[in-house]
Design a protein around this ligand. Structure first.
Ligand code: ZN
Length: 500
């Protein structure tokens, strides 16, 4: 909760104070040159030089174990090989079950806020400084990567400040003014026509603004690999209607994967003054909202592949690197085991699913448009993409007459012009139940999330604590200064609240 007496009001960002701020910054830089600039001289500090924060959106302990069981034959994922494990609570300031806005604000700033808020206090007046901005102010390079849109709540919380996560155009504008060195992953949803139209003040095309801010923009793998370190870069790949990358299990090999964005980011950010990089596995959450266990497992695995890139970097710089892997919250109330199967699980059945619920649903909507796909034809596709049919080598897995009837009713309803698609969720649900998957929700839950850590200062992450403590620990270990970059005061004409 906010405690006004403990707040430090840095300064009110009125224009007449800006010359004073510039003078203070100049004096500070001048004095650092005179006395040896400890913050800018890598060898003079004990703090890790390279910081990685991985956020698996919606990734609770069950999601991790699911990916491990389905795709790794029970062999550990990279993240679970880390030597330090902690757990964190995730509640928002105003709700026990959080969202990515409040949770990522906590992870980025060390402060609680209200759901839907992007790195501002719950009063929607005070700006909260982020660890990425602090790293930038310290002279480190900064990179933000996400498998959903780069203006989505989690990535936004590291470079933007706005009262609502739905202000995606405003968030995209702040991406251009952030001065951050690398953005990678999905497209900027703030630049999609519907979001530009919704913006209270349209300030031009985001790509143009990025170019004006000296960003090189690419959506091509080969071009990305050729970008030279030191050049600001915004890289995105093929994206869906919400600007997100495809689910990992649907990825067209021509599209850039999350681990590639991470690897190229490391290459571009690596420099003697160090870097901070946040990587989000955003579609784990979307798969769990849809109760699609196979898609969730594949996206956890894709996220783990990105972690493997950081781990390879850590092995080259073990004394100077800190990697934290956590989640903003759990999603779906996923359990491994359900009421129907009791103590039986057949998690490997999820390997039969070849495409995500979203891709299958797109097929269903094309069938609906064409009007030529009968239910028996639809059932053939269910067999092709989910591996369930009336006949199965294992007779206990074959569709029962009751299953068949349920799916037929769902299909008949779905292809009516005014109906939404209930067929895809019925099919996905059927495979999930047979595999022994349980879902208690199609929203987030308050289940605490794991924190894996490796590297310099990692031992500080043992124990059970709050998500705000993760940012506070990073600030302490990395010696991030809690003073404000002047940009913040130019963007937001509000008080800046410093981390406690
Ligand atoms: Zn969510």
């Amino acid at each position: 909760m906010n405690k006004p007496s403990r707040r430090v009001h840095y300064l009110s960002a009125t224009l007449h104070l800006l010359p004073l701020v510039s003078l203070m910054v100049s004096i500070s830089l001048f004095s650092q040159v005179i006395i040896g600039a400890p913050a800018l001289k890598p060898s003079a500090t004990a703090a890790p030089r390279y910081l990685f924060l991985f956020i698996g959106d919606g990734m609770g302990p069950a999601q991790i174990k699911l990916a491990d069981a389905v795709l790794e034959n029970g062999h550990a994922l990279k993240m679970t090989s880390f030597p330090v494990l902690g757990m964190a609570t995730t509640h928002a300031e105003n709700r026990y079950i959080t969202d990515s806005g409040a949770a990522s604000t906590a992870l980025a700033t060390g402060r609680k806020t209200t759901v839907g808020t992007i790195s501002m206090a719950g009063n929607h007046l005070d700006t909260l400084l982020t660890i990425a901005e602090m790293a930038k102010a310290k002279g480190m390079k900064t990179g933000i990567v996400s498998s959903v849109g780069i203006n989505d709540a989690t990535p936004a919380c590291f470079y933007a400040h706005t009262p609502s996560r739905s202000n995606s155009y405003d968030i995209a504008v702040q991406m251009a003014s952030s001065g951050f060195d690398y953005f990678g992953g999905g497209y900027a949803e703030g630049n999609l026509p519907e979001n530009r139209q919704k913006a209270p003040a349209f300030k031009g095309d985001i790509a143009e603004r990025m170019r004006s801010a000296k960003y090189l923009i690419t959506h091509n793998r080969i071009e990305l690999q050729k970008v030279k370190p030191g050049i600001r870069c915004w890289a995105y790949t093929g994206y869906d209607a919400k600007a997100a990358m495809d689910y990992a299990m649907d990825r067209n090999p021509e599209n850039i994967a999350l681990d590639e964005f991470t690897r190229e980011g490391i290459r571009l950010l690596d420099n003697p003054h160090g870097f901070f990089m946040m990587v989000e596995g955003g579609k784990i959450d979307w798969a769990c909202h849809a109760n699609d266990a196979a898609a969730a497992a594949h996206d956890v695995k894709a996220f783990d592949n990105a972690i493997a890139e950081a781990l390879a970097f850590y092995r080259r710089h073990p004394k100077e690197t800190l990697i934290i892997v956590t989640a903003d919250h759990e999603c779906g109330g996923l359990s491994l085991g359900n009421r129907t199967n009791g103590y039986d699980t057949r998690l490997s059945l999820l390997r039969r699913q070849k495409i995500s619920h979203q891709r299958f649903s797109e097929k269903v909507s094309s069938w609906k448009k064409s009007g030529t796909v009968t239910f028996p034809m639809a059932i053939d596709s269910v067999n092709t993409y989910y591996g369930i049919s009336m006949k199965d080598a294992d007779s206990t897995l074959a569709l029962t007459p009751a299953n068949y009837k349920t799916l037929e009713e769902a299909y008949t309803t779905t292809i009516k012009p005014e109906s939404t698609d209930i067929f895809t969720s019925a099919v996905t649900g059927l495979l999930n139940v047979r595999a022994g998957i349980g879902w208690s929700s199609n929203a987030h839950t308050a289940v605490p999330v794991q924190v894996f850590a490796i590297g310099k200062g990692a031992e500080r992450f043992r124990g059970f604590y709050d998500n705000t403590d993760i940012a506070k620990k990073i600030m302490q270990i990395a010696e991030l200064k809690k003073d404000a970059p002047s940009r913040i005061n130019q963007v937001n004409k509000h008080r800046l609240i410093l981390p406690q």
